[in-house]
Design a protein. Structure first.
Length: 286
């Protein structure tokens, strides 16, 4: 009797254990019966099923990542570029996901990767290298997400985002040399322009300085001439005043100044007529 009760208890425990299953947070599940899907979309929590007859397949419904190694593509200019990318995707229909890829993440990535690469190749072939590098990646990724979702809608997955991590120029190609040469040409052009602008500015500054020098010299010469004229006028006025007081003495004084200036040169020779007015005071000492 006890043995039969024990058997019944063990069978009840076995049935209970195989009748309940748990779906964890971040998971979704489908219920299979003889390999056929009988229910999908299980939320996290405790659920029940028919023991032995039904099986549960659980899937990760969190955002998953597909990363791709760098591959070579051609731009519209026929230039080689190495591009690597990653894709963010998730399961939105567990039933379709199980039917198309047997619920295996690696199979799903193996089907999504070629679709993304083909779309990426087509998009890059229609763009120049400058467009790719100068900010065209955001629009390219947005268009690719829509295209990939259209081609994978029967797989039960959704591509959330696609990002190009890096765009490199292949080291064995001629693109790097041409890019560097173009960069050198652009820098040289900028340098020549700066030199020309500096030379023009220098000439303008020098011309303005020369003009100011001429203006200053002219003003100084004008002021000097004015001062000299005022001095000569004052001297003439003084001479005239002195001449008016004693004309004979003034004439004598001026003659002495003339003698001093004439005989100031050493070993000089002065040839004059004996009756010259210049020798008046030397001849007539009275």
């Amino acid at each position: 009797m006890r043995f039969a009760s024990l058997i019944i208890v063990l069978i009840a425990v076995f049935i209970a254990a195989n009748s309940a299953f748990v779906v964890n947070e971040g998971q979704t599940a489908i219920l299979l019966q003889f390999g056929r899907i009988v229910r999908t979309g299980y939320a996290p929590g405790l659920h029940v099923k028919l023991p032995l007859l039904q099986q549960v397949k659980r899937f990760d419904k969190r955002v998953l990542t597909l990363e791709s190694p760098p591959e070579r593509y051609l731009t519209s200019e026929k230039k080689d570029v190495n591009i690597d990318f990653f894709v963010k995707w998730r399961i939105v229909d567990a039933g379709k996901y199980y039917v198309t890829v047997a619920g295996e993440e690696k199979f799903a990535q193996a089907r999504v990767a070629p679709i993304v690469k083909e779309g990426l190749r087509t998009a890059i072939n229609s763009r120049t290298l400058r467009e790719l590098v100068a900010g065209g990646r955001a629009d390219l990724a947005k268009d690719l997400v829509l295209e990939v979702n259209q081609k994978t809608q029967g797989m039960g997955i959704e591509v959330i985002d696609l990002r190009i991590k890096r765009i490199d120029l292949p080291e064995d190609g001629t693109v790097i040399g041409s890019v560097y040469e173009r960069m050198r040409s652009e820098r040289k052009k900028v340098a020549n322009q700066l030199r020309a602008e500096g030379s023009e500015t220098g000439k303008t500054i020098r011309a303005d300085a020369d003009r100011q020098v001429q203006v200053i010299n002219a003003e100084a010469y004008r002021d000097a001439q004015k001062t000299r004229g005022e001095g000569d006028a004052a001297a003439s006025q003084t001479y005239a005043s002195a001449y008016g007081k004693d004309a004979e003495f003034f004439a004598f004084y001026r003659s002495l100044e003339a003698y001093r200036d004439a005989f100031a040169i050493p070993n000089g020779t002065l040839v004059l007529d004996q009756k010259s007015e210049f020798l008046h005071y030397l001849q007539d000492s009275k």
